[in-house]
Design a protein around this ligand. Sequence first.
Ligand code: GLA
Length: 730
Amino acid sequence: MAIIYDKGVRSFHLKTKNTSYIMKIYREEYLAHLYYGKRLEVNDIGLRFEERAHIMNDTPEDRVFSPETMPQEYPAFGAGDLKEPAYRIRDARGNYISDGRYVSHYIYHGKKGLEGLPSTFAGEKDAVDTLEIILEDSLIGLAIVLTYTVFEDYDIITRNTKFMNMGKETIRILKAASVSVDITGHEFELIHLTGSWARECRFNRVPLNTGRIELDSARGVSSSQHNPFFALAGKNATEDYGDVYGFSLVYSGNHLSQIEVDQYEQVRLIMGISPVNFEWKLESGACFQTPECVMAYSSEGIGKMSRLFHRVFRERLCKSKFANSPRPILINSWEACYFDFTQDSLLELARESRKLGIELLVLDDGWFGRRNSADSSLGDWYPNTDKLPEGITGLAERVNEIGMQFGLWFEPEMVSPNSDLFRAHPDWRLHVPGRPGHQSRGQFVLDLSRQDVCDWLVDAVGRILECGKVSYVKWDMNRQLSEVGSAVFPADQQGEIYHRYVLGLYQCMERLTAAFPDVLFEGCEGGGGRFDPGILHYMPQIWASDDTDAIERLSIQYGYSFVYPWSCISSHYSVSPNHQVGRVTSPETRAYAAMTGAFGYELDVCTLSEEEKEEIKNSNRIYREDRELLAKGDFYRLLSPEGHEKAAWMIVSPGKKEAIVYYFRILAHANQPFTWLKLQGIEDTEEYYVKELRRTYTGAELTCIGLPVSNFSKDFQTEVFHLVRRDLGG
Ligand code: GLA
């Protein structure tokens, strides 16, 4: 068992291979947090209190103990601890105060799913154990179940919280964090991923000071503004050194992370659904389930934290059968022709692509209703027979005859005001009666808090997929939410609609991915606006950004790599000069920047020079040879693209038999010093043959001295190295 309850000291010790997480039932049945970090063998750690003026506690003569200075496991609002609470309620008398104390716990083998929400799961033979601790506020009849699952071999602990109304009167939940952790000491820096449309997921690292930092989305989607992830890294932590705590929320809607350093330099970390515009009515006997938070601690630097997330997400979060396998090389019609295509032009694109070694043609936006620009037809999911006389089935068959698989774009959550769907069901959109509502990209959002709308969506998409000829679906969503209200819920439940939207979305994704398990689904939100573990549970890859420029993508993909496995970051080779930034880059640089992701193309290959076509053929040959390793290997960041000088990373096969190193020279300088690229993740004591250099090095030489890389005197150049262990055929 990875979970020990020590009856003597009344502590809970959660152990993974390398980490310990310890809590204790403390005086007056408070649940105290004792420790999270490198694995320990003791079950108790002393809590430190000092006599202080102006502290609060349950016994007036005690000037030492206080629930505010005690690290709390799930702090309540307004009851002795005046820092940021993990939860807040309003009871039937209008009071906001709660006070949950320990009443019982259960430990069991395995892991349960979360009702209506995506989550990690245990494999059949996994060493996975779960602890449920129940806190109770007996005055109002509120039970709070804190659930911890230990993935021992993955070095991962997951948490979630469930609220149960055991009383007779209705309670309103105003804030319900998934996780709260109090850590002593503030010698940390905060790592988070921030951005916007077309410049998603930029890495940011800032110091912590007294006060509170909040990272949030109130946009209805997890958002490109703040990815639902943050890490606390020791001030001196690097890629391969130091303490790092990572937190990732399995949720695709509004979220909030709070990082508070208090007056005693203790750090409180809170993560969960955003309380903005959130109010959940919890009637007598009802439950509310929060999303899951995945926690990864590394004592060996930031790189290891990332690899812990990568492995558990690939193997124990993504449900798709494609999660751990190489993906087909695809070509997407969007930047190739936007809305301007016919069946004949698509078939020509397919024929040319096939010759170049591309395996799947994706028809993007513009195939349905009367859609010839972004201003109509969302919701009318039937083929436009002016453009596609044989419909989707006929087109897919012709594409299959050419020897390619066929994929299709949908934006199922949306409705255009100019659509048959909107004319038939004007109240199916999220809206507030009497307010016209803001459009974005000329569209409204369907109200997925309604079961009838979810049923319609599943049917509309399912009807097209039933032909059995569609091997891939790109599930897009091109706007964020505003005027969030629902026509079917009463006034006192309008505060539930943001979350109910996400629950409806998950229900649709669950039903469609279960009904079509052989279809490869890709998530998208106007690029990477909903790139989160919730979507990954259903869809093993997500379009990372509408910016397809190779150099911009280095920074974007570098950012995603802090949490997300390479294999789920969808990335395409596009035309030069690039459509978003006009940059001119070589075919080789574009190919290698895109290859370290779910690889594809996004340009009209029919118009390319013979020379570029040959380059593409060659890239596809290389990718086919490498893709097994790219899908399953361990990822190491070597040089950060931030600063615009150089970037480098490598993928090492399980067992360290092979590795591929990608080196990018971004901005070049004349007459530069020699560059040695220090590698990671390989065996120091083994010899590796580097194919491109036709030379053998010991692992130690490559990690301590480095690989000699070219001193390019031109901007935007690339070099790639394949390493094979000598004793294994290199
Ligand atoms: C979004 C996506 C693009 C493309 C367009 C189509 O912007 O991110 O890849 O599918 O929509 O309208």
